[in-house]
Design a protein around this ligand. Structure first.
Ligand code: MN
Length: 231
């Protein structure tokens, strides 16, 4: 047995709906843009191929948590997203087989330090500091695809203090889940435990300390996250 000089870190994980068992998280991949209206609000051509960025596995946070307002930003944005949880390894997965690799689905929020992202874009710098910070990947309980099926349509929404900010339908995804899994697997060998945040619809905006975000995807689940005072 391998011995470590320090105790190894806890395994990052997300809840599973209706089960005491949790889903161990290996990596988090995120699609940069995947809804036409959101691509347009940032001035992009919706026909561009998808691109990806990553977050650390331990950026996941359970629904119900309070997240301290993160450092280095004055413009923290919510992005509600359908999350696909990979359950079977695959490299260069064909689109037709891609959904066989998805174990389940959840509802996530891709928290974004928008001011740092704007600066990174302007300076042609990496996005990491805008996307991959502590607690930047809240994710509600996963529902096994065996129960939910593989969603192709359904309302995706997010409200802040009860006021709906994002309201769209999965049918508006430029690249559906099967395409996203297939395309992602061309770049990396997907493994069980990998999460893919599949992009956000229009209506992203700022949250402040004290705000409560609630969101959901029809047939998949819901998430509720409160922003607390900064540390
Ligand atoms: Mn996003």
């Amino acid at each position: 047995m391998t011995e470590f000089v320090l105790p190894p870190p806890a395994i990052a994980s997300v809840a599973v709906a209706g089960s005491p068992e949790r889903f161990a998280v290996r990596r988090i991949f995120c699609v940069g843009r995947n809804y036409a209206a959101h691509a347009r609000e940032f001035g992009n051509d919706e026909r561009d191929p998808p691109f990806f960025f990553t977050k650390p596995a331990d950026a996941v946070v359970d629904s119900g948590a309070t997240i301290p307002y993160p450092p280095l930003t004055g413009n923290l944005h919510h992005e509600i997203e359908l999350v696909a949880a990979i359950g079977k390894p695959g490299f260069r997965i064909a689109r037709e087989q891609a959904l066989d690799h998805v174990w389940g689905y959840g509802v996530g929020i891709d928290l974004t330090r928008r001011d740092l992202q704007d600066e990174a874009k302007k300076m042609a710098r990496p996005w990491d500091w805008s996307k991959a910070f502590d607690r930047s990947a809240p994710c509600g309980p996963l529902i096994p695809a065996a129960k939910s099926g593989h969603p192709q349509k359904g309302r995706i929404w997010l409200a802040v203090d009860g006021k709906v900010r994002q309201d769209a339908d999965l049918a508006e995804l430029i690249w559906p889940i099967a395409d996203i899994v297939s395309i992602c697997s061309e770049a990396v060998e997907l493994e069980p435990g990998d999460l893919i945040f599949t992009g956000t619809p229009a209506g992203v905006g700022a949250v402040r300390a004290g705000d409560k975000m609630t969101g959901g995807v029809d047939g998949i689940g819901t998430i509720e996250i409160t922003i607390g005072q900064p540390k």
